[in-house]
Design a protein. Sequence first.
Lengths: 296, 160, 764
Amino acid sequence: MFRLLRPFEFHEPDSVEEAVELLSRYNTGAVVFAGGTDLLISMKKREIHPEHVVSIGRLAELNYIDGTADGGLRMGPLATHAAIADSPLVQERFPMLATACNKVGTPQVRNMGTIGGNVCKAGPSQDTPPVLAALEARLRLLGPHGERVVPLDGFCTGPFCTILEPNELVVDIQVPPLPPESAGCYKWCTKITEVDETLAGAGVVLICEDAHTCGDLRIGLGSVAPMAIRARAAEEALRGKTIDAARIAEAASTASMEAEPRSRAGYRRHMIRVLVRDAITELHRDIVSRLEGKKR
Amino acid sequence: MKTIARYVVNGEPYELAVEPFQLLIEVLREQLGLTGTKHSCGVGNCGACTVLVDGKPVLSCMTLAVTARDKQITTIEGLARGGELHPLQKAFVEYGAIQCGYCTPGMILSAEALLEKFPDPSEEQVREAVSGNICRCTGYVKIVEAVLAAARGNERSLDR
Amino acid sequence: MSEDYHVVGTRIVQPDAAAKATGQARFAGDIHLPGMLTAKVLRSPYPHAEVVSMDTSRAKEIPGVAYILTPWELGDWNTFDRGMKDMPLVEGYRVPPEEGVVNRRARHFGDPVAAVAATDERTAEEAVSLIDVDYRELPFVTDAAESMRAGAPGISPHAERNIAKHLTYPFPEGDVEKALAEADLVVEGSFRSGKQEHCTQETAACVAFVDAGGRLNVWSQCQLAHLARRELSHIFKIPVRKIKLMTPFVGGSFGQRGALCAEPIAAALALRTKRPVKLVFSREENFVGLESRTGFDDITISLGFKKDGTLTAFKTNMLGRLGGYMGCGPMASVIGMTLSMGHYRCPNRAGSADMVLTNTPPSGAMRGFGNEFMTFGMEQLMDEAAEKLGMDPVDIRLKNAKKAGDTAALGLKLESTYFEDCLRVGVEKFGWKEKRETPRSEEGKIKRGYGMATMSHCTGAAPLYLEHSNALVKFNEDGSVDLTVHPAPVGQHIWGALSQICAEELGIEAEDVHIVTGDTDVTLFEYGSDASRSTYAVGGATLRAARQAKEQLLARAAGMLGVPAGDLYLRDRTVFSRTNPDRSLSIARVCYEAIYSFGGKAENFSGKQSFEPVWNSPNYGAYFAEVEVNTETGRVTVPRFVTVIDCGTAVNPMAVEGQLEGGLQQGIGLALTENYVINRETGVVETTNYDSYKVPTAPDMPASEVYIVNKPDPKGPFGAKGVGEPGMVGIAPAIANAIHNAVGVRVRELPITPERLLGALIPS
């Protein structure tokens, strides 16, 4: 590990289009610099030696947190984890996303690191990808040939690998609205201390048809596979069925088997089972009490 | 290729020639001689290099200096006014919250940012605010006490 | 309670606190000198390798590279022992000096093989990465048992079967085997430790230069400054008088700076380039290039008891991992074996230790120096014995407590102990009986537990270690005092304590005492700060020097007042007469008139004392932990922790609390969170920064209460004893005992990770 960075050419485009143009010009010789919290570590460790750094941090048009009329959310890639965690809009509409962003790093890192940077780094043990996966977020990508919108699920193809082309930028992160009879949460355990990398994380969204029936269940797992994954078999175990302790346990068990952890595998699977079980149980309880509250 | 730009540090404007690959901590310590900001882990985990940029605590060892131009940068040297210690500095001194002193600049700045946002924080909020600042000497007990005391305007009565 | 002192016992603010709060305090890495070069080190990527050849041509081509030191360019420099513990520091203890400034044979991952001095850090880093090294990898071993086996690769010609030292318990007594055979109850256990790294927030750093007079000047973080000077003299064959060692503020030590750290390489490059050189280690270098805590592959302890709980036998065998060089690691076994029994009477005692070289980074002293791991074992066994005998754990400790006048752990008379007070206060403040008797719910996966442990540590290490301290006290014409001493300013508030001791004796205020320190040209010989000795030993020298200066002052004042000197006393910056209260003089006036005096009577009051404490005044502690164990996840949290300490008079209660509160953080790290991992297949250290090696931060810490018994020791200055280390010695066993109380299982390996605990909970 080196304390200082090696020299590179620095570019500060004035617009998103200029940024894309620079990325096209320098291709794999360039990296995108947003908050820099992941990038600088890789550069200090000499894992990467970019000749060109394209800094987008001052592009105001990429820094926003907006609600959509239908109850969803749009965030610019430069929205910091702190801004998202502290946003009343996010806390109201997607509290699990605020929770996950508040878990990232430390207070200082949250002030610097961006959601776009986090998603593009595609590290296996991050907090926002499993939550965004459960929320079925979409990414709008801008390249030299135009835009494309891709689901977040599938954006990441392996550890530190995404489908992003070298000349493409993530310019928007869209979170679709959730129906009223739904609740979501993010649960995790760390490797050891309170402020620490996530060892196992589960972002869960439960949508109920009525107090006892599961309409839809989405389980995003983080830190237990080469990338964040949806535990689809586990979701199937409960989808459309009556919610009871036995079924919740089965879904949790199934989720833990869908995990493919590389290290501390036994314990990670065990924790996924615990986290998913606790998440669904808690969400069900919340929805039920909300429904009962409405009845009165 | 160095660029010359305006940096505002502790309220003072500077015209500095900075390479894009220089970290903010390098510029502060070596070009401006402000050695109060400390280097410790280099990977963003310990908070020793914390400075405030536009009032927010960030890690100067993980910040490219050029990205901090035209912003308000506050280092530990910028807290005391006219030789008078800032209430947090006073509290840290009086409550014994400083042992080796190496984490102190970063710790005080994280606390300062908290108090600007939450002038009357709970103990839990204080712990969370300094959760990115490692101290190996104090066990954080007197640090938390000092921050709460500074928030409440309590000067410790120096008993004899 | 301690007597009613005027300055001793008060919670004064430290003289250096404001400088640290404002960022003005200068640490080694903050020093800047004209023409200064920056150094970087090339370290072996292999755990055991020979450097066959080294090509520095590419590195030399970079503009700004001033000098590259390779193992072929060491000239006639000597090899050394970084731990500096060779006789005369530990009587009869020899350590072969085997480390080179840089090494041709790397004995561990991270061993330095070359170093570069360049105009700036970036250039130095680049140059290091361009040095081409042809390594011949050698077979290696990472644990002690493996290392002692026939056919294991030899690491040192001075260590047969890689056993650097076979040490035995230095104060054996009785017949341990017979006592164990005859005991009503024998409890035994084998305990294994990991390794802990000091994680000082400031990494190792040094600035060295050769001044215009040709003297080597070194800004060194070393806790033992005069010894570092001697060692550098030995390495570079420079007479001691041509070396000046200066101590800046040091960002934490916990024992790590008791060895040479960045000094040899910085000094070497300064000598070769004739320019100032600054070397600052990266965090990763701290983890692999410095001594970390000596770990033990196995500590087996057997204790024998009568059925009434009387301890009759103590036997231990220890197997320690040293790392590639001997350093001061071996003594961790002796310190552990002796001090862990410092609070218990036991007529039959024996023990031995094999301290084994391994191809891992060096081991040395870290706060507790072996006592923490031994106590982890001892206090769990005491707990087990209590349970089997149907006794309260507190009662079994009381039953066996040493009393003042007994022989202390290190063989001298035990001067004072308030061990029983520690237990009594702890029981009350923690609510021990109520907590332990509260019926616990069988339901739910979170189990609460309450456990306790005790410990005794040392105040200085007489008679094992050199204990020589000196102090010089000088009165200024305004009645203030300059106190010249050289303890290590590593954050433990020693300057404040010494100024309080001095001020108390001289009837002035702590702020009237100015500490002159940090320069071996100016300070008299000082062994240094370690073994929790500074307040006791340097304070003892200070007190005696102050008395000497005081006598001169009183003699003069007696003449000025026309009363006998015995009639006078000092208080409130004034010389008072006992018999004539209206006869008084300010201290300042007496000093001034003495200095500005004619007729052959001028004098400047001063005192100088060499002091060697030849007593044992150990400290004692009782530790009470409340834990919550999640039986489903194996996670342990510690909501509350109570520490009660007997460290004699608390010179500054705020500083004493600081030591115990800080020790709690390191103790929780040792017990639960800090795991120094070496890959057994590659010999590479995997945890080299805070992202993988986790120290507790503010949200991890319990609600902490500290109580100070505060009763004086007959030998310490104003009754003070040491308190630097106890803060962490009793933490891990208290937590382990609390876990047992919560869930009925014991974990005998540190750290107690969730997987280890679950493994103990779920037998299959």
